[in-house]
Ligand binder design. Structure first.
Ligand SMILES: *Cc1c(COP(=O)(O)O)cnc(C)c1O
Length: 392
């Protein structure tokens, strides 16, 4: 979107204006919640030839259209679909791009439910799936086969935070006629413009930073010109439309997403730096720190870092880690992230990785840093470290 003088507008202005059309809503600022299945047509001719802006509830409403057009603007895509969860965004993007007999390459650091879908549903449909080392870059050429049609990337990796060289992977994939999918949930389009970096199709779990308040589930998939028709056709075939209330809440979240992300970035960088100084912590996996695998690529390609990162503790028993986590007062234990509250989970991906070694040499924890006071968060963790030591 640009102003009347064609000067490109800044991201904050675009977040405020994108997908809004007060003239069509009696002047009210926000597009309201449209609920509905049936859309009435004025004449038989209009009905038979679907001559209407909205044709049926599953195909879109003004609420959905507002979010679609805003996301298309922010991602620099040709079009966007909105689905009921981030996982649905992953699976519909894959269903739009694979067919029986295809070979698919997926990053070994992928969000685990994505791996589950590939290993179960895709395999059952006759699609071969191989995983690749997230740091492979242009080396992916050695894994490409004649029937490799999809390369699925996620940067940084879920839990382990390896930063991928998506431009290098995309160059190889495109030269072989394969489509590049990117799960861009961690950075969002504000910190990583997915299509400009080479992704044909970009996935966002809007459940995280777009929603921002741990109270909704939504997924968004954007595509470039080449892949938009296939993505939209697959979405229409599935009928997996997002709920009106969740779409409305996502639109509300969009207006403040940049402020919340910048604050999450600031809080997480401060906490990560503090954790680096702690004797209990062996390794901090935060893309903006040199200790993170792929940090140089983060510096080259990203516009910021969000509020989720991992740490590896010095060797400790499971009982000691439980003593640390069970007593935390501010860091809640639970999945998902991107809300206003801090979270922590233990993880261990040694059991399922197939293409790359993951032997960090100590218990691993993933942190989501919320908006609490940093001194309080540090005190909560410091008390946890004391329990860890006492229990070991
Ligand atoms: C959370 C997440 C998803 C799934 O989102 P849901 O809305 O919880 O289904 C997909 N990809 C990544 C990277 C995620 O972190």
């Amino acid at each position: 979107m640009s102003s009347s003088t064609d000067r490109p507008r800044g991201i904050r202005t675009r977040l405020v204006t994108a997908g809004r059309n007060p003239d069509e809503q009696f002047g009210f600022i926000n597009t309201p919640v449209y609920r509905g299945s049936t859309v009435l047509y004025p004449t038989m001719d209009a009905l038979v030839h679907r001559k209407a802006r909205y044709t049926y509830g599953t195909k879109g409403t003004p609420t959905i259209a507002s979010l679609e057009s805003a996301w298309t603007d922010l991602t620099g895509a040709a079009g966007t679909i909105i689905v009921p969860s981030g996982l649905a965004a992953v699976t519909i993007a894959l269903m739009a791009t694979v067919k029986a007999g295809d070979h698919v390459l997926v990053t070994d650091s992928v969000y685990q439910p994505t791996r589950h879908f590939c290993d179960t549903v895709l395999k059952r449909m006759g699609v071969e799936v191989d995983y690749f080392d997230p740091l492979i870059g242009a080396g992916i050429a050695t894994l490409m086969r004649d029937n490799t049609t999809v390369v699925f990337t996620e940067t940084p990796g879920s839990q382990t935070f390896e930063v991928q060289d998506v431009p290098a992977i995309a160059e190889v994939a495109h030269s072989r006629g394969a489509v590049v999918l990117l799960d861009n949930t961690w950075a969002t389009p504000l910190f990583y413009p997915p299509h400009a970096r080479g992704a044909d199709i970009a996935i966002e779990a809007g459940t995280k930073y777009l929603g921002g308040h741990s109270d909704l589930l939504i997924g968004l998939v954007s595509a470039n010109e080449r892949w938009w028709p296939a993505l939209r056709a697959t979405f229409d075939a599935f009928g997996a439309c997002a709920g009106p209330e969740d779409t409305f809440l996502a639109l509300r979240g969009l207006r403040t997403m940049q402020l919340r992300l910048k604050e999450a970035e600031r809080q997480a960088l401060d906490l990560a730096a503090w954790l680096q100084t702690r004797p209990e912590v062996k390794w901090v996996l935060h893309p903006a720190l040199p200790s993170c695998p792929g940090h140089e690529i983060w510096k080259r390609d990203f516009l910021g870092s969000s509020g989720v990162f991992s740490i590896v503790l010095q060797p400790a028993s499971q009982k000691a880690v439980a003593a640390m986590l069970d007593g935390l007062e501010l860091f809640g234990m639970g999945y998902s992230w991107g809300g206003f509250e801090s979270l922590i989970i233990p993880f261990d991906c040694r059991g399922y990785r197939t293409a790359s070694e993951w032997n960090p040499g100590g218990p691993c924890l993933r942190l989501q840093v919320g908006l609490e006071d940093l001194d309080d968060l540090k005190a909560d963790l410091a008390e946890g470290f004391a329990r860890l030591k006492a229990a070991d």
